[in-house]
Design a protein around this ligand. Structure first.
Ligand SMILES: [Zn+2]
Length: 172
């Protein structure tokens, strides 16, 4: 099957891939890590790489999207990289947006945005801005087509973040 992916629209196939990303995010939480999971999908719709957050190794660069960029740069020819889509449970951080663009990957579909995550954290009383400027994918890598968030998955992702932070969250 060949995908005819319109990068601006989250379609049913995209949602299926995003569900798998949320499963990876849940797996990360169950292994004591932060809830992020991502897939690299090629132009035929085949999953070429899947990864979850592994920052509890002590290496804060072990984001799944960064691992995907490195895998793609090492393993796929440039034309194939450009036709790949990266699906991810949470929008790329600035580090991963840069790695994605520098690896020459194609579009990105995310289930929840960085802005949503910042909002949830503020709501829960976390004011630490983190080490990076709050730049979305399009601010860091303006040439990358982006779709998201996908509202049907945001409640589940919010719940995973709450669980990670030890928050008793009543929103769905
Ligand atoms: Zn990242």
């Amino acid at each position: 099957m060949t995908t005819t992916h319109d990068p601006a629209v989250v379609d049913d196939q995209d949602r299926d891939f995003l569900h798998l990303c949320v499963d990876l995010a849940r797996e990360a939480v169950e292994n004591g890590d932060q809830p992020f999971g991502s897939l690299l999908v090629d132009a035929t719709g085949a999953i070429r790489y899947r990864e979850r957050n592994r920052v509890n190794t002590g290496d804060a660069t072990r984001h799944p999207e960064f691992e995907i960029a490195r895998f793609a740069a090492a393993s796929l020819p440039a034309d194939e990289r450009a036709s790949c889509v990266v699906y991810t449970s949470g929008e790329h951080c600035p580090m991963c947006s840069a790695a994605h663009a520098m690896a020459g990957l194609g579009s990105i579909v995310f289930a929840s945005s960085s802005e949503q995550l910042r909002g949830w954290r503020r709501e829960w009383g976390f004011r630490d801005p983190g080490p990076l400027a709050p730049l979305g994918i399009s601010a860091v890598a303006p040439g990358i087509p982006v779709a998201g968030p996908e509202p049907s998955l945001c409640g589940e992702i919010r719940a995973l973040h709450a669980r990670t932070l030890g928050i008793s969250d009543t929103a769905d």
